[in-house]
Design a protein around this ligand. Sequence first.
Ligand code: AMP
Ligand code: GLY
Length: 419
Amino acid sequence: MALDVLLIGSGGREHALAWKLRQSPELGRLFAAPGNPGIASVADCVALDPADQSAVVAFCRENAIGLVVVGPEVPLVAGLADTLRDAGVAVFGPSAAAAQLEGSKGFTKDLCARKSIPTARYRRFKDAAEAKAYIEAEGAPIVVKADGLAAGKGVTVAATVEEATRAVADCFAGGEADVEVVVEECMTGPEASLFCLCDGDMALPFGTAEDHKRAYDGDRGPNTGGMGAYSPSGLMTPEMTERAMREIVRPTLEGMREMGTPFRGVLYAGLMLTAYGPKLIEYNVRFGDPEAQVLMMRLESDLLPILHTAATGSLSGVEPRWSPDPAVTVVLAANGYPGAVTKGTPIGALPAEGEGEIVFHAGTALRDGALVANGGRVLNATARDADVKRAIAKAYALVDRIDWPDGFCRRDIAHRAAG
Ligand code: AMP
Ligand code: GLY
């Protein structure tokens, strides 16, 4: 029987998920809330506010939705998956309690300590003076993180004690009573991302990628949500993946089960491959953006039954198939991103897409029928090819055919993989 699906979100990640779901022979209708003009080419976009949980439940009932797929973390941390499950609607995504793995750095660090999961040494502080005293005792470099969701902006890797104490002061500057900071050891090594689908009991490795977090070429400039990605990560060999599963991901799933808050959904482990082995930098409880774009380009299996199984059953025996060909995505962002950007700048007709090429929409909108930019990260030029050099060339050839004078991109995405 065909499954009707509601996808929550409006970014490039959700366009990639919608594009992939649309290819499923098991899909009935596909709705997206709120979606974007790219998603509208493969789904019915509905004006439904994901923060209005009872409206989402009512929509699912009226439309006999068989599966809700939640893209971003904010509705998960707010408990949308709990509300849907309580209403008897199948949902791919963790409960609010399990989403603390992303929502609270302190929660995750405590779990790591309990389960002996390798990660940076840390202390949690609710008092600025105590945090500063600890920083002075530890010395620099040192890392300061604000607890809670910060859209990639809550972390300061401080080269000096002064910079670290300034970051602590900034965290407490708002004067809120419940502020907490985590101060941790600065780790060194290359970074990679490991994605796992989880059914509450087991975790299934579901692809690897490397992101480019800084705004400008050569990893310079401010941190962003991600300026480009490629998959697979050359660092995540089968041995490294198995080690990370054994030392990091599986103990996490076990710890969540022991607490009575089993994890269902995507667990995205941000790893640092240190001289002492893989260590956890952080967890996210959803697909990466733009990492999902490259994963979906490489996934050969039907995504829909896999997500439905993770949401409702057991992943035991599920074996996703991947193209061996690498995929690369280049983010086109509005000038000024990650700072203030101008919305509404016009985007010319998008180029024709060849084999293994797609322009995913992130922050776009239609104004009087014409495509305009509507956010910081706007388009994702994505390509797959037989080797990473060709995939890079193809992605940038696509970038160069996009007519949007008010945007910029990095020119070195995936170059570290090309050698
Ligand atoms: P996060 O938002 O936790 O992913 O952190 C953003 C970036 O800060 C990471 O991708 C790392 O490059 C860096 N980072 C976070 N924690 C540490 C750490 N303990 N040591 C070194 N770098 C870190
Ligand atoms: N690209 C990083 C993230 O999705 O968190």
